[in-house]
Design a protein around this ligand. Structure first.
Ligand SMILES: CC(C)(COP(=O)(O)OP(=O)(O)OC[C@H]1O[C@@H](n2cnc3c(N)ncnc32)[C@H](O)[C@@H]1OP(=O)(O)O)[C@@H](O)C(=O)NCCC(=O)NCCS
Length: 239
């Protein structure tokens, strides 16, 4: 695994300290540490989702903010252009994003007051998928499928419908370019994300167990016992 340059990490740490304070910096250090550890050792269980790409009304998904800007970033050149506009550079916030962009992943960014408030990624190829979601569930890209992942809302912008709107934008983008179906995974304990997904009435068909130790990986998909369910996973339904 190649680590991002220390300079990028330091710059990012200083920005978090200035804009969000020391507590937030500690939380970011902890989650970055978790991210690094997960590259070496991991054990997780996720629900596996399928979103059919149908046309939707944008209104219920609009952000609860006075104003916002959207940028869809396909390449380093796009990211340069966005940064030149004075919008926060996604590559500086998420230090792995330069490599994700180089491998074809697409970033959907929502800005509030020029700050990057939310990002979510789309993969249209198996090469890009490795950077969007490392869980090895199958996506049949040749048959018009795609996948999403890397969804993140900055802490100070949470609860304003940004994940919902980001998903609306991603699903609509995939529909407009002719994709038919989008797959993704949500950790079984991520109730906030499950609640947002439910608003798009996806099908949840299986759970996926992922165990990783160094270069050894185990991935096991188990269909839900009562068959596929719509919108919320069984756990969410009983909550
Ligand atoms: C999950 C995450 C992206 C949600 O982003 P967000 O922009 O705040 O999401 P939204 O505002 O669109 O919607 C969040 C919804 O979940 C609800 N919610 C938030 N935290 C919750 C919790 N702990 N339990 C249940 N529901 C919760 C909110 O009330 C909101 O529902 P509402 O619109 O009916 O009020 C954000 O919390 C995050 O970045 N988490 C860390 C990364 C992550 O988990 N990414 C998703 C990977 S699948």
């Amino acid at each position: 695994m190649t680590l991002p340059p220390v300079r990028s990490l330091t710059r990012r740490a200083i920005t978090i300290l200035r804009t969000e304070g020391s507590r937030s910096l500690l939380r970011h250090v902890k989650s970055y540490g978790g991210f690094l550890v997960a590259r070496v050792v991991a054990c997780s269980r996720s629900y596996l989702y399928v979103h059919r790409l149908t046309q939707r009304d944008e209104t219920p998904y609009l952000p609860r903010c006075d104003s916002w800007e959207i940028r869809v970033i396909h390449s380093d050149a796009d990211a340069d252009a966005v940064a030149a506009e004075g919008l926060e550079d996604v590559r500086k916030v998420f230090v792995y994003s330069p490599r994700a962009l180089r491998h074809g992943a697409i970033a959907f960014c929502i800005y509030v007051d020029r700050a990057l408030a939310h990002v979510g990624w789309v993969a249209l190829t198996s090469e890009a998928k490795k950077w969007v979601d490392r869980l090895p569930y199958r996506v049949d890209f040749d048959a018009g499928e795609a996948c999403t992942g890397g969804t993140y809302t900055m802490e100070r912008f949470r609860g304003r419908n940004l994940m919902a709107y980001g998903y609306y934008l991603r699903l609509e983008y995939m529909r407009q370019i002719g994709r038919t179906l989008s797959r993704n995974a949500v950790l079984v304990n991520n109730v906030a994300s499950q609640n947002v997904h439910a608003r798009f009435e996806p099908e949840i068909h299986s759970t996926g167990r992922f165990i990783k130790l160094l270069r050894w990986n185990l991935w096991k998909e188990t269909p839900l016992p009562g068959g596929p369910v719509r919108s919320l996973p069984p756990r969410g339904r009983s909550d």
